[in-house]
Design a protein around this ligand. Structure first.
Ligand SMILES: Cc1ncc(COP(=O)(O)O)c(C=O)c1O
Length: 327
């Protein structure tokens, strides 16, 4: 049976919100993404970086190998580029996705003709021995579940016994590095995705990385277009990845901002206990109405209608949200 593929909707769609609610874009408090509200600040980009084509043997990969603590790394134009291309590297098969999660994974594997099975976390072990690929987002977007690396390694062993893959999307992992699979050597059939968009707050430059062995990275790199990552993105990305003091400060900053947001939501009567360093996930029986009421006040949050839930990202200052929720 074929089901119609519907393009995935995302947060961060502020122009749409501005138009829909007739509120000028600069007046919004945007909490609809998981992007760090205090991004790494690039210095002025030199003229030659704008002018010359990007070259793959600049220092980006060396700096990234240091940051991610692995030698087996490929740069991509946002982890989304890898999410779109990975499904084309395997024969059509059975793909389990621990769900609910970032919907692009399901969309891309189904689009490439694979059989996709959304699987609840508690049911993974029931399905594991039948799967060719298992996809996990860790920590999960949107429901914030953080899975211990040991459990993921056990799942990987079951999959690998049949040449299967474990794909772990660690787009939101930078603030909790102890949970990353990159802390040990990467075995065959394990693929880890990382993003420069979330922790570094640089979603606009479109840069990410894939860590895996050569059997995956080689065919993946052969699919990529020349200059798929812009020169400014490579230059800014390398500086951000090398800035260890900023990494340390941000690992302190994000959880503090998250706690302020949790306190604000708890004070308004919500269960704000589901959280990553980047966002808070709340279940609410009237989530669409609550999103609408906040939007009327110029506050944009992400609605998950099938889950009856909202995701609140961070901001430097959430006084407006507190005032609005206390009314
Ligand atoms: C879980 C997850 N993975 C990957 C991505 C893609 O991010 P990017 O392409 O900016 O690295 C997103 C974007 O929202 C996401 O939420």
């Amino acid at each position: 049976m074929s089901t119609k593929l519907i393009k995935v909707k995302h947060g961060g769609n502020l122009y749409q919100a501005a138009q829909c609610y007739n509120i000028p874009i600069e007046q919004w408090l945007d909490l609809s993404t998981g992007i760090n509200p205090r991004p790494w600040q690039p210095v002025e980009i030199p003229q030659h970086i704008w002018q010359r084509l990007p070259e793959e043997d600049d220092n980006l990969l060396a700096v990234a190998k240091d940051y991610y603590q692995t030698q087996s790394l490929l740069a991509v134009a946002g982890s989304q580029e890898a999410i779109q291309r990975l499904p084309t590297l395997r024969a059509k098969g059975k793909v389990g996705i621990v769900s609910p999660c970032y919907a692009e994974h399901e969309y891309c594997w189904r689009k490439a003709g694979h059989e996709v099975i959304p699987i609840a976390f508690d049911d993974v072990e029931l399905y594991l021995s039948q799967l060719d690929v298992l996809i996990v987002i860790n920590p999960n977007n949107p429901d914030t579940r953080l899975i211990a690396p040991d459990m993921l390694r056990q799942w990987h062993q079951v999959l690998q016994a049949r040449q299967g893959w474990l794909v772990v999307d660690e787009a939101f992992m930078d603030a909790t590095p102890d949970f990353s699979l990159l802390n040990q050597a990467i075995p065959d059939g394990m693929i880890i995705l990382r993003s420069i968009g979330k922790f570094f707050g640089l979603a606009g430059i479109r840069l990410g990385f894939v860590a895996a062995n050569k059997a995956v990275l080689k065919p993946l790199s052969e699919q990529l277009n020349p200059w798929h990552i812009s020169h400014p993105a490579r230059w800014v990305g390398a500086l951000a990845l090398a800035d260890t003091q900023w990494h340390e400060d941000t690992r302190y900053y994000l959880p503090r901002q998250r706690e302020i947001l949790q306190a604000c939501l708890a004070q308004a009567g919500f269960d704000a206990s589901f959280a990553t360093a980047h966002f808070v996930f709340i279940k609410h029986p009237n989530s669409a109405l609550l999103q609408h009421q906040l939007a009327e006040q110029g506050i944009w949050v992400r609605l998950f209608p099938q889950l009856e839930a909202l995701r609140f990202g961070l901001a430097e200052d959430i006084t407006r949200l507190s005032n609005c929720l206390q009314k």
